[in-house]
Design a protein around this ligand. Structure first.
Ligand code: SF4
Ligand code: SF4
Length: 140
């Protein structure tokens, strides 16, 4: 894991004004497998099958369409299932890496729809997929 993959770009003032437009779209995911397992499973390493069985209790799902399983918050029609009136129900220490890394942009507030906030490249879908692929390739 590179240092740049641990970025936290929170702007509480701006995001409070916005109200979580990003959360009303697709949820962010955990980009760092080690961090994910440390937060939710005390560092225990699980197989894909074990993880698939245990995620629903946490309100999480496994995104597998890309061919690489990546855990994510459950999506609802309204957006991320962890989003509520008071914001994200995850603490900052638990929150998905992509959510923490998203760089708030005031231009988002100047438009009526969409999100102008920027996800740094180390947190892109391709980069996340690569990191999880490398993780799953190592035998449990
Ligand atoms: S869309 Fe941008 S400004 Fe709005 S809550 Fe998300 S990161 Fe913050
Ligand atoms: S996990 Fe939290 S910050 Fe991330 S999309 Fe869901 S509600 Fe928003």
């Amino acid at each position: 894991m590179t240092k740049s993959a641990k970025t936290i770009s929170l702007n509480v003032t701006l995001c409070c004004k916005c109200g979580g437009r990003c959360c009303q779209g697709s949820p962010g995911v955990w980009a760092d497998p080690q961090r994910f397992f440390a937060v939710f499973f005390a560092g225990q390493r699980l197989t894909v099958e074990q993880l698939r069985c245990r995620l629903p209790k946490l309100g999480l799902v496994l995104w597998e369409k890309s061919g690489v399983p990546v855990p994510a918050p459950l999506s609802l029609e309204s957006g991320c299932s962890f989003w509520g009136e008071s914001g994200c129900r995850f603490s900052v220490s638990e929150r998905p890496c992509q959510c923490l890394a998203l760089v708030p942009n005031k231009e988002t507030l100047q438009t009526s729809t969409g999100c102008r906030c920027r996800l740094p490249e180390p947190f892109s879908r391709a980069a996340v997929r690569q990191r999880w692929q490398a993780y799953w390739l190592v035998d449990c």
